[in-house]
Design a protein around this ligand. Structure first.
Ligand code: ATP
Ligand code: MG
Length: 344
């Protein structure tokens, strides 16, 4: 049985959305609608792996749903919902907790980064996070997952979990009349050059919702034009002119980041941007980048503001999405319970 070409991806409501989320994820979700059945989730159960104030969690959930819609995701032709409305995510994650190995989880660099020296004191959920992510994807037998570099290792783990489930339960899968590979091995979707947006204060650190360090390090999607321009003009850079070729950006992380952002925002390659700006200093480049960022982000931000002003409408969209997601998820779980040997 060939699997339906289906995309699953999600963003955690763990902070205000930023330029990295937009360029690395949200904007890339839109064109996939032409080729795939798409499920875009607000993964609130992932968010609570670290403490979230309940009021913030709700606010950020609305914000992410609004960001998907504002960017052009169609919530009727495709599915937008928040994870916790479909209880099957937690159920399959438990089964995957019993498939995945401690050693696999221990190798996850994101856990090490997020736990840091505090690893005895973080939640058990943070450690088990990749198991829930595998459940998110495989509950829908999604074949393709658009994720940034920071999630590649987790996606590989999802494949390992799918493969081990298919292998461990092979006789039962066959006895229940399913094809040999019950779960697909989900693949990353590459849409254009990888964009990894780094902090504006430190070009070696990822821009992120939860570890911004300072507000000046992060361009938030809801920032107004003046704030965006100020942050870009004050961004850390260096005293040299921009090189004419990419090689000249080596060992210049801040310069590489600003050029990379320009390239992503203008849909050009880094080489094209350097062909235009090579030889110019940041005094000329930063204002050009600020203008570009403001012009691209203004429409997105305006539409998000309009949408979050009407939470009832977003709730209706999330509920309808959850109902349609649950139909697919419930069918998978009936099958999985049979395969595992749970009486129903
Ligand atoms: P947190 O700090 O809570 O982990 P985050 O900003 O890293 O938040 P996630 O919810 O973990 O955001 O990731 C959502 C999506 O955004 C993922 O597809 C991830 O790859 C992408 N993403 C996150 N940060 C960046 C970034 N700096 N550049 C490009 N893509 C990013
Ligand atoms: Mg993250």
């Amino acid at each position: 049985m060939p699997f339906t070409d289906r995309v699953f991806s999600g963003i955690k409501p763990s902070g205000d959305l930023h330029l990295g989320n937009y360029l690395g994820a949200i904007r890339r979700f839109v064109p996939l609608q032409n080729d795939f059945e798409c499920i875009y989730c607000v993964v609130d159960m992932h968010a609570i792996t670290v403490w979230q104030d309940p009021a913030d969690l709700k606010r950020w959930t609305y914000e992410i749903a609004a960001a998907y819609i504002a960017a052009g995701v169609d919530p009727t032709a495709h599915i937008i919902f928040n994870q916790s409305q479909v209880a099957e995510h937690a159920e399959l994650a438990w089964i995957f907790n019993c498939v995945a190995r401690m050693g696999w989880m221990s190798r996850m660099t994101q856990f090490k980064d997020k736990a840091g020296k505090n690893s005895e004191n973080v939640s058990l959920g943070l450690f088990a996070y990749p198991s829930l992510m595998a459940a998110d994807i495989l509950l829908y037998k999604a074949t393709h997952v658009p994720v940034g570099d920071d999630q590649k290792q987790h996606l590989e783990l999802s494949r390992d979990i799918a493969a081990k489930f298919n292998h461990d339960f092979a006789p039962s899968i066959a006895a229940n009349g399913f094809e040999e590979a019950y779960f697909p091995l989900p693949e990353p979707v590459i849409t254009g050059p990888a964009t990894r947006v780094m902090s504006l204060r430190d070009g070696t650190k990822k821009m992120s919702k939860s570890e911004s360090g300072s507000d000046m390090a992060t361009i938030y999607l809801m920032d107004d034009a003046e704030t965006i321009a100020r942050k870009i003009k004050k961004a850390k850079s260096d005293a040299d002119a921009l090189p004419s070729e990419e090689k000249g950006l080596e060992n210049r992380p801040e310069a590489a980041n600003l050029v990379g952002i320009y390239a992503a925002l203008s849909d050009k390659s880094v080489a094209e941007v350097l062909a235009e700006y090579g030889g110019q200093g940041f005094g000329a480049f930063k204002p050009a980048l600020a203008d570009l960022a403001v012009s691209v982000l203004a429409t997105q931000a305006d539409e998000m503001r309009r949408l979050v002003a009407d939470p009832a409408q977003i709730e209706t969209i999330l509920r309808s999405g959850a109902d349609r997601a649950r139909e697919i998820a419930a069918k998978t779980m009936l099958e999985v319970r049979d395969i595992v040997g749970f009486i129903r």
